[in-house]
Design a protein around this ligand. Structure first.
Ligand code: HEC
Ligand code: HEC
Length: 446
């Protein structure tokens, strides 16, 4: 029988919850979910039989990465001095496993209900959250100090976990062991950073293994990614198959190391007033640098609505995020537009949604009146968002055009965008601790 048809369960995550609540928890070990959407995509595109690829890739992944209870670091990473430094087994052990066990379970306690055990963004609350919790498996991260196509630094991931993501459901308050709500201790954050990297490398490897087989192998002719039955025999065929798999893991892991060389340097120009928050902007406007700042904001406005920067195309003339509302993020495009399906034609998407694709939602360009910057509100943060755009989203990098849009203009745009903030209505309960946003942020809580 077709393995993919067996898995025709609209919400495997929900099914798992039901099992948990009726007490199957101890009998059913927690397992990583397969990337059935990715497999189905290939089936739809190429018509190739993917059942064997699915089984073989899952076998390889378990050998390489272990399970949610017993994580492993692939040997090919342990062997290499540099790759070895990427994640530490003790940290993975503390982050993984059951939260009821002493010294284990940080991820399940704090993150899995949104990001899912697998890091596929399909925790049990996912369907209720906008934007959806992040799927770590494509290895794309938005808010970082590195270039758009690069991985984030560990410090970038730590920042997201430490402060949450302002304006999203990911807040900086977690239920701690003493049952109070608060920020996570730094050593817990360190462990979770390693675990996010581990889940991301695992998920990206899974995708790459499936791609490799679909693109390069004669699947009809029975060619296999790996034949586990040969493992014990010490056969050359098995050794070759395993070598290819290890090359794929290594390539994914190396991309994390390379991030260090891809940091975007920020030079704040001297002599230009660049406030760090809206309050500071208001104060500066009333002070000595008021006139210069007003001019900078005006220049920013011209650029914002002009044809070179064309920010207003998406963010709207007034920056309310109402310019363009019918686009999608890359996590959605990955299994819709990229294989020729329309995200708003839900009936065509049923086979993919049934296998774990979350129903497409359009991505909203930021409304600057809210004064909330998800990637941080410091001048350096905003510079990096404009200089590189936001990975995985339609937000493009600013393209410099000599005489029309120069480096300094990025700072005028930042000043303009910051000037759009409308003072928030007085104090609703605040949860976000993100530095420098300067406003009470009301984030959804679960
Ligand atoms: C209440 C739901 C929720 C919880 C709990 C949660 N997150 Fe998130 N997380 C999100 C959402 C939603 C996003 C996507 C935000 C966006 O794209 O703007 C996200 C994004 C992320 C990102 C991507 C950041 C980037 O730069 O792209 C990381 C990493 C992350 N979360 C890690 C964690 C970790 C680790 C935990 C546990 C300590 C956690 N999250 C807990 C909802 C949650
Ligand atoms: C093609 C559409 C598009 C264009 C053009 C565009 N943006 Fe965006 N922008 C977006 C989207 C979508 C987001 C939300 C991305 C996310 O966080 O998921 C965004 C987010 C932002 C953010 C929020 C960053 C944060 O940390 O929250 C800023 C600031 C921003 N854009 C500024 C600009 C400026 C300035 C321009 C012009 C130079 C511009 N954008 C052009 C689509 C666009």
């Amino acid at each position: 029988m077709n393995r993919l048809d067996v898995a025709w369960v609209p919400y495997p995550g929900l099914l798992a919850c039901v099992l948990v609540t009726i007490g199957c928890r101890t009998e059913t070990p927690v397992a990583f979910e397969e990337n059935l959407v990715h497999v189905k995509k290939w089936e739809l595109q190429s018509g190739s039989p993917m059942d064997q690829v699915l089984r073989d890739s899952q076998w390889a992944l378990a050998e390489l990465f272990g399970t949610p209870d017993e994580p492993r670091i692939p040997a090919v990473m342990e062997k290499d001095e540099d790759l070895k430094s990427l994640v530490a087994l003790e940290r993975l052990q503390a982050a993984s496993g059951d939260e009821l066990l002493e010294g284990r379970g940080l991820y399940r306690q704090h993150c899995a209900r949104c990001h899912g055990i697998t890091g596929n963004g399909r925790g049990e609350t996912a369907a209720l959250i906008e934007p959806y919790p992040r799927d770590f498996r494509p290895g794309i991260f938005k808010f970082k100090s590195t270039r758009r196509a690069s991985k984030p630094l560990k410090s970038d991931l730590a920042k997201v976990i430490r402060y949450g993501i302002a304006g999203s459901s990911m807040v900086a308050e977690y239920r701690l062991d003493d049952d109070t709500l608060g920020p996570l201790p730094e050593e817990a954050i360190e462990k979770l950073v390693d675990y996010v990297i581990y889940l991301s490398i695992r998920g990206e490897t899974e995708r790459a293994l499936i791609d490799e087989a679909a693109l390069e192998f004669d699947l009809e002719g029975g060619e296999r990614l790996i034949d586990p039955s040969l493992a014990a025999s010490g056969s050359e065929e098995f050794a070759d198959q395993w070598e290819l798999i290890e090359e794929i893991v290594e390539e994914v892991a190396v991309s994390w190391l390379e991030a260090e060389d891809e940091i975007v340097e920020v030079e704040i120009p001297e002599g230009l007033p660049i406030p760090g928050s809206h309050e500071e902007l208001v104060a500066m406007l009333a002070g000595d640098s008021g006139e210069m700042l007003t001019q900078s904001i005006e220049r920013g406005r011209e650029l914002f609505v002009g044809t070179v920067a064309s920010c207003s195309k998406c963010h709207g003339t007034n920056g309310r995020g109402d310019g363009q509302e019918a686009d999608y993020d890359d996590w959605t495009k990955d299994w819709t537009t990229r294989i020729g399906l329309k995200p708003d034609q839900q009936s065509d998407l049923i086979p993919l949604i049934a296998r774990g694709g979350l129903p497409p939602r359009t991505i909203k360009p930021r409304n600057f009146e809210e004064g909330v910057f998800r990637g941080g509100a410091s001048p350096e943060d905003l510079y990096r968002r404009l200089n590189q755009g936001i990975a995985g989203t339609p937000m493009p990098a600013v393209t410099l055009v000599s005489g029309q849009l120069e480096e300094e203009d990025i700072w005028h745009l930042i000043n303009f965008v910051r000037s759009l903030e409308k003072p928030a209505a007085p104090a609703e309960p605040t949860t976000a601790l993100s530095p420098g946003t300067g406003e009470a942020l009301v984030a959804e809580r679960d």
